[in-house]
Write a protein that binds this ligand. Structure first.
Ligand code: RB5
Length: 151
């Protein structure tokens, strides 16, 4: 699988560690930056290109990092077709994909330690959207709102 990653300074260190972990899992990593630590950088500059790559299917899934994960999720969800969420627990990392077709998982470099982050990433990457009718129905309602507000 091709996994895109991106981070600002708040998530930079965790992104670097997780990129190595993803490679060890046997997946390809595409890094949308930041490529060096810069305490003044801004998360939209990296998270938006990552999310655009996800919705354009240049990568299979995205993982976005900032200090809390919150800014990353807010920015990612401005891209039409993004389904991004801050994730801090193993259940949601899996269920967010299975039920909600989450395509950008957002992690906080100041919130989540490496051991938990690896478990979240493993669950996220290994999960598949179930495509059940009730989930399709709900996602269609979300898409309808997206059409209405982003036209
Ligand atoms: C950057 O200092 C910090 O505000 C940012 O990484 C993020 O936590 C925003 O949600």
């Amino acid at each position: 699988m091709k996994i895109g990653v991106a981070a600002d300074h708040g998530g930079f260190a965790l992104k670097e560690q997780i990129a190595q972990f993803i490679k060890k899992m046997g997946h390809e990593v595409v890094d949308y930056g930041a490529y060096t630590y810069d305490a003044q950088d801004d998360y939209p500059d990296f998270i938006i290109p990552l999310t655009e790559a996800v919705v354009q299917q240049e990568v299979d899934k995205g993982i976005a990092f900032c200090g809390s994960g919150v800014g990353a999720a807010i920015a990612a969800n401005k891209v039409k077709g993004a389904r991004a969420s801050v994730i801090t627990d193993a259940y949601s990392a899996k269920q967010g994909v299975e039920h909600d077709a989450m395509n950008v998982m957002c992690l906080g470099g100041r919130i989540t330690g490496i051991a938990v982050a690896e478990e979240l990433v493993r669950n996220y990457i290994n999960a598949t959207y179930t495509g059940e009718d009730r989930h399709n129905r709900r996602l269609n309602k979300v898409s309808d709102m997206e059409q209405k507000w982003q036209a």
